[in-house]
Design a binder for this molecule. Structure first.
Ligand code: NDP
Length: 458
């Protein structure tokens, strides 16, 4: 079990954390996310303790409005029936329709879905757009599956999911294992079953059928826009810095692209098998071809750049984190950076971490970074560019309009600057001492709690 090391002074907060932990004792990722958020909200909770307690605000905040879990049967290319488990967690709809991605990965379970949906509530609030928090997915493993198998799986998944979503109800998008191809199959099946062209029901769509320019780039670009603002506020720049990026999926690729455009030298990227180190700077065209076109493994990079190195995973710490860098962008999955890894990064001279992934740092690593004055851009703020641009896609669908790349990109940049400003404002207001993690949580909580209070005990 993860222990809560921070001393909690508020009796109400302590009670809610203990009770939630007891009720969900087998959901370690959810408890981890919940503790990280709730403990950082203590200064606000103490101010309003009796009011919140009377209306059960925190008890309601930690309990999803709805969890849907369902069977996903499909037939593989050998004619063999397969069964996976599907989920949709509709956690909090106080500020808008539930919104959040779908993850297809063998590790998916209720705990991971709940942690992601819980984080999403706060992330979506920070965007300033009217979207509530949700998340979904399946323990289906897309790796090694044929295109037809992916299509049959997506169709079966949507046969059930379609009962629970809609452009004013719940709007899913992509996440790990769900990209443009999967969104296309999901959207096609939704349209067939419902006999309606409800473009705003899913985001991350192809440009030919209601997608938005710059959505694909948005999470990675947004991460770098946030990073630039955070560094600027601390008299630093991205230009000239050495960067390493874990992962080589959607977020990692476009974080790399923007970091390079900003004048940084990205020297390493990874996948779940290992990492490549190219001190001359990553050849991003090669990575895009390997990952976006061929759906291959990162070690194939050596065919393009023979002087680069490939280091296979071994032991607990992903080898990429042994490479020296000023800026580290974890863009793969949760709990990638442990306390031990955090110590290594600081030893290596890292000055800033930008969480492209959701919860890539353990709570112990986060506390260590903050205590050591490392600039930490928390995922729920720094990777909010994806969902923000999804909301821009929904706006374009409602208006039946298509904005230019530059228009969407500019709006994205402004949203990210605004998110950073909210984190910084809360940091200053509550005297947090350069703690954008707590700053993001507090700024988002104020908005969500006000909406929940206004809507009564529901
Ligand atoms: P992709 O599926 O495109 O890429 C995921 C990348 O992470 C791959 O390189 C993958 O390697 C690696 N990875 C996945 N699981 C593991 C693991 N257990 N250990 C090591 N590496 C792993 O996903 P995205 O880029 O979309 O998502 C990455 C992260 O960003 C996730 O945490 C997601 O929740 C978050 N995020 C994504 C957003 C988006 O718009 N896409 C928005 C906000 C957050 P391999 O191919 O070997 O599995």
């Amino acid at each position: 079990m993860i222990t809560c090391e921070k001393e909690i002074k508020s009796g109400y907060l302590k009670k809610v954390i203990e009770e939630t932990e007891q009720k969900n004792s087998n959901e370690k990722e959810f408890i981890q996310a919940l503790k990280e958020v709730l403990t950082s909200l203590e200064p606000v909770i103490i101010k309003h303790e009796s009011e919140y307690k009377k209306i059960g605000l925190l008890e309601r905040l930690v309990e999803p409005e709805r969890i849907i879990s369902f069977r996903v049967p499909w037939v593989d290319d050998n004619g063999q029936a397969q069964v996976n488990r599907g989920f949709r967690v509709q956690f909090n709809g106080a500020i808008g329709p539930y919104k959040g991605g779908l993850r297809f990965h063998p590790s998916v379970n209720q705990s991971i879905m709940k942690f992601l949906a819980f984080e999403q509530i706060f992330k979506n609030a920070l965007t300033g757009l009217p979207i509530g928090g949700g998340k979904g997915g399946s323990d289906f493993d897309p790796k090694g599956k044929s295109d037809l198998e992916i299509m049959r799986f997506c169709q079966s998944f949507m046969n059930e999911l379609q009962k629970h979503i809609g452009q004013d109800v719940d709007v899913p998008a992509g996440d790990i294992g769900v990209g443009g191809r999967e969104i296309g199959y999901l959207f096609g099946q939704f349209r067939k079953i419902r006999n309606t062209y409800e473009a705003g029901v899913l985001t991350g769509k192809g440009l030919e059928y209601g997608g938005s320019l710059a959505r694909k780039e948005a999470t990675g670009y947004g991460l770098m826009y946030f990073m630039k603002e955070m560094l600027k506020a601390n008299n630093e720049t991205v230009s000239g810095k050495t960067v390493i990026i874990s992962g080589s999926g959607n977020v990692a690729i476009y974080a790399c692209e923007k970091a390079q455009q900003m004048g940084a030298n990205v020297v390493a990227m990874s996948d779940s098998s290992g990492c490549i180190y190219d001190k001359n700077g990553i050849n991003l065209d090669a990575i895009k071809e390997i990952k976006e076109v061929n759906r291959g493994r990162i070690k194939e990079y050596l065919k393009y750049e023979p002087t680069a190195e490939y280091i296979e995973n071994e032991g607990d710490m992903p080898p990429i984190y042994s490479i020296k860098a000023d800026i580290v962008l974890p863009c793969a999955t949760q709990n990638d950076i442990s306390l031990e890894t955090a110590k290594k990064l600081i030893e290596n001279g890292t000055i800033a971490i930008g969480e492209g992934a959701n919860m890539p740092c353990t709570n112990e690593a986060v506390e260590y970074f903050v205590a050591n004055k490392i600039l930490l851009a928390p995922g729920k703020a720094a990777n909010a560019g994806g969902v923000a641009t999804s909301a821009l896609e929904m706006s374009q669908n409602s208006l039946r309009a298509a904005w230019s790349f530059e228009e969407v990109d500019k709006k994205l940049e402004n949203i990210m600057i605004n998110i950073f400003n909210q984190c910084e404002k809360a940091d200053k207001e509550y005297n947090l001492g350069i703690n954008y993690v707590a700053g993001a949580n507090i700024a988002a909580f104020k908005k969500i709690s006000n909406a929940m209070i206004a809507q009564g005990i529901i």
